[in-house]
Design a protein around this ligand. Structure first.
Ligand code: NAP
Ligand code: G3P
Length: 486
């Protein structure tokens, strides 16, 4: 097993399981092969948890919960700060793992680790300020001051945290840290591609002093072990980030537990004639193509008023063709997509749109899982790429007559994650924002989740509930009223 704190698989036969005594090899042959996006080859294997092992893990967490929920807030905060420090200390190795597991470039990988440590520190502080209120009976007609309600927040119990592949550290941490600070215990089901990352941040939590009956990582393919986890009678809350399809499946399988679902998106950038066109170009290109477009908040369609469409399309295409394309180790912006299936999906959508009359302003090129960035102009409403989430480096441009059509087109999507408006008339931007049926409207900026104390909300097919430090703390605790009868 690894000498350093961070376990990185050394080859295709390296199978790892994180147990109570640290790293062990997989014994019983129940393994899941992890394929590296860059090589397309097996980079290592992880243990496939059985339902019996899931039961054992949850039983262990239930025991840990009895102690953890009584742990002083200041002690929870101290342990979380120590966990954050461990992430920062091991950032280079964790970044190497992200490059290997999900082909995220070095810079973005280091950013993900730093962002995660910052999130944990902030959560530890914010959790100390989860206060309640006191209510007096005589505020209600016919009542007296002989009844006093002291309202506080208490944990929910066992939280099932399920992050997606594109942020296997950060979107795990944004679930785990608030859950623990709220007094809950956590069973983490990492994404298959991101499983080593999920086990490593859990191991670093152990090294930071967080007990191994307070957080446990259970690896295994979601479609195999997921239903058992989701419907488990001793799971008290599910915090999920991933595709709309999976999120809706989970919502159907879950049995009367609170859900926090952050799902897919088809974020629109609406560009009006008075926009600062260079600012719009820069934000659209960065928003659409960072991490090869594998972000739920990626700009996934440009709705541009016809008067400036030629100018904007040309500027966007020029900047896209200057993007670096290649390996994550070289800090390229566009790197191989997570799988051959994902690359096929994007490639087919691009070629289908072109067969229907869309015009590619950039060269069409693919090398295995590496799809070169594509800007499609003259996209029309009858094309899949106008509505579906490619989760890859393709940007459809749809020409519109005016802002009202842009709002209507944005709202016609099944998704409601974010939208961006580019205009120099900020008053008009606020009026248009009012009309957009999304969780967040960005005015003169790219669609994105941060900063992480802001609420992050999806509506319609983009999810339910709100992430963000304080919002996650509230989502993973509940009110409790103690009434004193004087
Ligand atoms: P995904 O296929 O839905 O998987 C997400 C997570 O769910 C993974 O850990 C996966 O495990 C697990 N899973 C799969 N089937 C499950 C089941 N039946 N029960 C329980 N868990 C199950 O999504 P992804 O490919 O990882 O991520 C891409 C999608 O997520 C895109 O649609 C993107 O828009 C969305 N996303 C949304 C946000 C947001 O904040 N709104 C952020 C990131 C991504 P396996 O890996 O083992 O299948
Ligand atoms: O897809 C991940 C989602 O949470 C977006 O995060 O920070 O890249 O906008 P961000």
């Amino acid at each position: 097993m690894s000498e350093t704190s961070v376990f990185i698989p050394s080859g295709p036969n390296d199978c790892a399981k994180l147990g109570p005594t640290g790293w062990t090899s997989c014994q019983d042959g129940a393994e899941v092969a992890i394929y590296g996006p860059v090589s397309g080859q097996v980079i290592g294997k992880v243990h496939a948890y059985t339902t019996h092992e899931v039961d054992e893990a949850i039983e262990k967490l239930e025991q840990g919960y009895q102690t953890w929920k009584r742990t002083l807030l200041v002690d929870r905060a101290r342990l979380l700060h120590q966990w954050a420090d461990k992430l920062q200390e091991n950032a280079p190795q964790l970044a190497n793992l992200l490059m290997l597991e999900i082909a995220k470039n070095r810079r973005d990988s280091l950013d993900e680790i730093q962002r995660s440590a910052d999130f944990i520190h902030y959560t530890a502080e914010e959790g100390l300020r989860l206060t309640g209120e006191t209510l007096f009976g005589d505020a209600f007609p016919g009542q007296t001051r002989e009844k006093v309600s002291m309202v506080g927040r208490v944990p929910l119990g066992v939280v099932l945290a399920i992050p997606p592949f594109n942020y296997p550290v950060n979107l795990a941490v944004t679930k785990i840290a608030p859950a623990l600070m709220g007094g809950n215990v956590v069973i983490l089901k990492p994404p298959t591609q991101g499983a080593f990352a999920g086990m490593n941040i859990t191991n670093l939590a152990y090294e930071a002093g967080i007990p191994d009956n307070v957080i446990i990582a259970v690896t295994g393919v979601g479609r195999v072990i997921g239903d058992y986890l989701v419907a488990h009678p001793k799971v008290n809350m599910i915090n999920f980030t991933g595709s709309t399809q999976t999120g809706q499946h989970i919502a159907q399988k879950a049995i009367m537990v609170p859900l926090l679902l952050e799902l897919g998106g088809k974020d629109a950038a609406i560009v009006l004639p008075d926009a600062d066109i260079d600012r719009a170009r820069d934000n659209i290109v960065s928003g659409a193509f960072s991490f090869s477009g594998q972000r739920c908040t990626a700009v996934k369609r440009v709705l541009v008023v016809k008067d400036i469409a030629d100018q904007l399309s040309a500027k966007v295409a020029e900047k896209v063709m200057a993007l670096t394309v290649g390996n994550p180790e070289d800090d390229c912006v566009v790197t191989p997509l997570i799988s051959t299936q994902a690359a096929d999906f994007v490639w087919d959508m691009i070629n289908e749109a072109i067969s229907q009359g869309a015009v590619s302003l950039t060269p069409l090129r693919r090398e295995g899982n590496l799809v070169y960035p594509v800007v499609l102009d003259y996209v029309t409403r009858d094309m899949r790429v106008a509505w579906e989430e490619p989760f890859g480096p393709v940007l459809p441009i749809i020409r519109i007559d005016g802002a009202e059509e842009g709002v209507a087109l944005a709202n016609a999507s099944e998704y409601g994650l974010q939208a961006a408006i580019f205009t120099q008339d900020v008053s008009r931007a606020f009026m248009l924002a009012e009309e957009l049926d999304v969780g967040t409207v960005q005015i003169n900026g790219k669609t994105s989740r941060g900063p992480d104390h802001f609420p992050f909300v999806g509506t319609k097919a983009s999810g339910m509930g709100a992430q963000g430090v304080r919002y996650s703390l509230l989502a993973m605790t509940r009110l409790k009223s103690t009434v004193l009868n004087i």
